[in-house]
Design a protein around this ligand. Structure first.
Ligand code: SAM
Length: 356
């Protein structure tokens, strides 16, 4: 795919901040930089063939992200697929670290990864300017872990990645665990100990209907209160106050204050009212909700302006048109998802192809 590039100066004359028609300010951008993945987690991918969307060049991601930053985005999380598979990732982080928010601050830069390649990349990523990393881990028992990822030796690799990230200072280090009844709910207590032993924040996430196959049922979701009850039986928990309005995780510590557990309950206690996110897929489409039924082809729009020569003829006008397009799209963000309601429709893409 040919490189499309906007000029480095995207600050328009108007200072606008992204918001939607429900009064939410949008300051958090998730960007998928590939939908390839080196794991085949049983609850995520069917394992039969891999639907693939095109990837943009690193320069193209930078151009698109810069447009969003010029509209008030302050936090950028790179995801996928598996973002550590993407060549040029360290350079991308280094470039993002040079960008400034509308208030002149550095961006808050994070990556969500399965951690398989993190042992060797943690230090270069930190040196390039990455602030934090979230590692996905769905078991603390290596046999259960490998049954879920379907990759032999994966547990040791991820554990080494977690430790390397902590040593590199990519902290607070968060571990995300998706719980599914009958797959890994027996890992809950082990994760509570893991949080304390490894000095990481473990966050349990309710399973959402975003898989490639047809696994999701209301019964497979392990709800928040069940997690709290189970951990509380072995290690008493104390709830921590929210640090900011709209925090997605309910946070708990243990009686002695060592370690932290978070619970993200998009199904049993949806937090859409406080959503501040928008997503860009690996092929440059804006998704205003994980469960959106429509996508908005920002990259296609940029390409057609380039092909028209519009970007060359009137650079500022063309950038303004793209910014307008983003503002209009984000303004129409959905009020909430409808998981579990009659008539609920799965989105056209599964989690791995959207960017979790
Ligand atoms: N490969 C990276 C990783 O493993 O973190 C980034 C992409 S992965 C799709 C992002 C996160 O989405 C992972 O933590 C994964 O467990 C989670 N996930 C995938 N399918 C999910 C689902 N149906 N419901 C909730 N979380 C899901």
């Amino acid at each position: 795919m040919a490189a499309a590039s906007l000029s480095p100066s995207l600050a328009g004359p108007l200072v606008r901040r992204l918001s939607d028609s429900h009064g939410r300010v949008i300051h958090d951008l998730r960007v998928s930089i590939t939908d390839r993945c080196n794991y085949k987690c049983v609850y995520c991918r069917s394992g039969e063939g891999e639907e693939r969307y095109p990837e943009l060049t690193i320069a193209e991601y930078l151009s698109l992200i810069e447009l969003f930053v010029g509209l008030g985005i302050t936090k950028v999380r790179l995801t996928g697929g598996e973002p550590l598979l993407r060549r040029g990732l360290v350079e991308l982080i280094a470039e993002l670290a040079r960008m400034r928010t509308l208030d002149g601050e550095p961006l808050d830069l994070a990556i969500t990864t399965n951690g398989h390649l993190l042992a060797s990349l943690a230090r270069p990523l930190k040196d390039a300017g990455l602030n934090r990393v979230t590692v996905s881990m769905d078991a603390v028992d290596s046999a259960v872990f490998e049954r879920i990822t379907r990759v032999p030796g994966s547990f040791e690799k991820v554990l080494a990645g977690v430790r390397a990230a902590r040593e590199a200072g990519l902290t607070p280090l968060k571990i995300n665990c998706v719980l599914l009844r009958g797959f890994n709910e027996d890992q809950i207590e082990g994760f509570a100990r893991f949080a304390r032993d490894e000095d990481v924040v473990v966050r349990f996430i309710e399973f959402m209907p975003l898989e490639e196959g047809r696994l999701w049922t209301p019964e497979i979701v392990v709800p928040l209160r069940e997690v709290v009850e189970r951990i509380g039986r072995v290690l008493p928990l104390q709830e921590l106050p929210a640090r900011e309005a709209g925090e997605t995780a309910r946070r708990y510590t243990f009686a002695d204050g060592v370690g932290e557990i978070g619970i993200i309950a998009p199904v049993s206690q949806a937090f859409c009212g406080a959503c501040s996110r928008v997503r860009l897929t690996s092929d440059g489409k804006i998704r205003t909700c994980l469960f959106s039924q429509v996508e908005h082809d920002l990259y296609g729009h940029m390409r057609s302006l380039l092909e028209d020569g519009a970007l060359e003829r009137g650079h500022n006008n063309a950038q303004e048109e793209l910014r307008e397009y983003i503002c209009r799209t984000v303004h129409g963000k959905e009020a909430r998802h409808h998981i579990g309601e009659p008539g609920f429709l799965k989105p056209s893409r599964s989690m791995v192809h959207i960017g979790g």
